[in-house]
Design a protein around this ligand. Structure first.
Ligand code: ATP
Ligand code: MG
Length: 573
């Protein structure tokens, strides 16, 4: 694998002892040491089904596949599991490639399960010839009925003992398109009494007269996931085939096919799915949100898709750190959404330039500042990164401040601006409120102040202190912007938990998007490129949305500043 930028703790030189324990790494390390696979390199694969956009759960699988192979000098393929022609689209293939690359990974081989349809067909013929597969004429309902239950064994199909010749003939005719959809299947002949339902003569092939996004009309029979997956792994000489726990019951079948065919012994290992509070990680449900218009698309910044969180302003580094720290285990758990936000803040804090922006503007007029005068204040771009330097921010007589930063009747403990009170304007001067102007409704529309010219830069030569520093933007220089403030998409920690008769959309948060139509930004943001990320001082991290037009930027709030996870961790520690 090649990583396009230093992504992982391993690559960043974090010693193994400092990383969270990872039983998959331990298994691979053992196999590497013992040369379990001889001279074969450690080989993994990421096998998405192209039936939707990737989500942050997939990011966990991607990181495991790419990072662990890389640690042992191995390789990782991207392989599309395109065995289901009806739900798959090229749009999804392209988005998946973009998303894997955005996360910072470059695959070694790019494959499709459909590349192997010929080989899989040949292997099916072999299993038939060996008496290990048969054509069944039972309907899907009958097959289900004959399969039995967890407590009752299944029954053999009346077609189970067909001769090899008859099976070969029927299977070839299935392929040739002689039979309608659903009329016959090819099944593996294993054991209808097995306690594992997956071993009760699983279906290998079904008839489906459907166009495939890559093979077109060539096939009218398609392999089932279980038959395609392990064999595809084996063809690619995948040593460690890692997938989520719901496939654990399929592992015996994975092994059975490989053993019967006597092919490269790929092994499957299962780990826990990533689950996050207030978040749905299921392509099917995410597709429903898109189709029913609950969100603006797969890349709506409220979506947990990779394209959504990218548009939201999350960084690939933050995602990789988050999934690494969330860890892997053999039992399913749930990770706090606050932890994800913590890693996003942690990364943005290091890299995002600071700027001043006012979301809910209130006019502040400095009566003793000369009319028509402008001066430049020096502002620090990033206190975390001295190399980021400084910039000039224009200051003048009329400014905007946040409505929240002024109270006519300040409650106890409120130290920001109020009548008679002096505060610091960030990088500017001390100002003292002298007068409040209201509209006919009695709402404050303007506050008047005087400034102290001796406090330029933010300190008083006489040593007097102020208790608050507030941000501001010069009214004459400000640029207008739309700012989109996001909250959680769901109101419940478990969005799937619903009353009878409801579905998860009942838990959608009606306040998940608030649009500020006329925010005021410092002029340095006029030409901020799409995707650029900033900290709006005292407000949070924001990122330029692709909906921006020249002179009218649109910003997404990536995450607010307050960090509840840090507090949770502190308490726990
Ligand atoms: P979904 O349930 O969202 O539709 P899926 O499992 O059907 O996901 P695939 O395209 O089959 O999606 O998944 C590709 C790989 O990603 C699989 O190996 C799967 O185990 C893994 N994966 C999917 N969801 C998660 C998750 N939440 N956490 C970790 N890995 C996941
Ligand atoms: Mg799947």
């Amino acid at each position: 694998m090649k990583t396009s930028n230093p992504p992982t703790e391993a690559a960043a030189g974090v010693p193994a002892e400092a990383r969270p324990s990872n039983f998959l790494r331990d298994i691979i390390a053992e196999d590497f040491k013992n040369k379990t696979y001889g001279d074969a390199v450690i080989q993994t694969r990421f096998p998405p089904e192209p039936n939707g956009y990737l989500h942050i759960g997939h990011a966990k699988a991607i990181c495991l596949d790419f990072v662990l192979a890389d640690e042992f000098g191995g390789k990782t393929n991207l392989r599309f599991d395109d065995t289901n022609p009806e739900k798959e689209e090229t749009e999804y293939v392209e988005s998946i490639k973009d998303d894997v690359r955005w996360l910072g990974f470059e695959w070694d081989g790019l494959y499709y399960a459909s590349d192997y349809f010929d080989q899989l067909y040949q292997w099916a013929l072999k299993l038939i010839k060996d008496g290990k597969a048969y054509v069944d004429d039972l309907s899907a309902d009958q097959i289900r009925e004959y399969r039995g239950t967890l407590t009752e064994p299944g029954r053999n199909s009346p077609y189970r003992e067909r001769s090899v010749e008859e099976n070969l003939d029927l299977f070839e005719r299935m392929r040739a398109g002689e039979f309608p959809d659903g009329s016959r299947v090819l099944r593996a002949k294993i054991d209808m009494a097995s306690p594992n339902l997956n071993l009760r003569d699983p279906v290998m092939y079904r008839i489906l007269h459907a166009e495939h996004h890559r093979t077109g009309a060539k096939w009218c029979i398609y392999p089932m996931y279980d038959y395609a997956h392990g064999q595809s792994d084996s063809i690619e000489r995948v040593t460690h085939s890692m997938c989520t726990l719901e496939f654990a019951d399929h592992q015996p079948l994975y092994r059975w096919y490989i053993e019967q065919l006597g092919i490269f012994p790929s092994h499957q290992y299962e780990f826990d799915r990533l689950n996050i509070t207030y978040t749905l990680l299921s392509k099917r449900k995410l597709l429903q949100l898109v189709r029913d218009g609950h969100v603006s698309g797969w890349d709506d910044p409220r979506m947990p898709t990779i394209s959504g969180i990218r548009r939201r302003g999350y960084t690939p580094e933050a995602i990789r750190n988050f999934v690494t720290q969330a860890g892997v285990s053999r039992t399913d758990g749930i990770t706090d959404f606050a932890m994800l936000e913590h890693f996003v803040r942690d990364d943005l804090n290091r890299r995002a330039p600071r700027v001043m922006a006012v979301l809910n503007p209130l006019k502040l007029v400095i009566d003793n500042y000369p009319e028509g005068q402008t001066e430049d204040c020096d502002a620090v771009n990033n206190p975390e990164d001295p190399a980021a330097g400084t910039r000039k921010v224009p200051f003048s007589r009329v400014l905007y401040i946040e409505q929240d930063d002024f109270r006519e009747d300040p409650p106890k403990g409120y130290f920001r601006l109020s009548p008679g009170r002096e505060v610091r304007l960030r990088y500017g001067y001390f100002v003292k409120c002298t007068e409040v102007r209201k509209n006919a409704n009695g709402e404050v529309v303007e506050v008047h102040c005087t400034y102290d010219p001796a406090t330029r830069g933010g300190n008083a030569p006489d040593g007097r202190k102020v208790k608050a520093t507030i941000h501001w933007v010069s009214a004459a220089h400000a640029i207008d912007a739309e700012v989109r403030l996001y909250d959680k998409l769901f109101t419940k920690p478990n969005p799937g938990q619903v009353e009878e008769g409801e579905d998860f959309t009942a838990n959608l948060n009606p306040l998940s998007l608030e649009v500020v139509a006329e925010a005021k930004l410092e002029p340095s943001l006029a030409s901020a490129p799409v995707g650029a990320r900033y900290q709006f001082e005292r407000l949070g991290y924001f990122c330029v949305d692709p909906d921006s037009a020249p002179g009218k930027p649109v910003f997404n709030r990536t995450v607010a500043l307050k960090d509840t996870w840090a507090k949770i961790e502190k308490k726990a520690g």
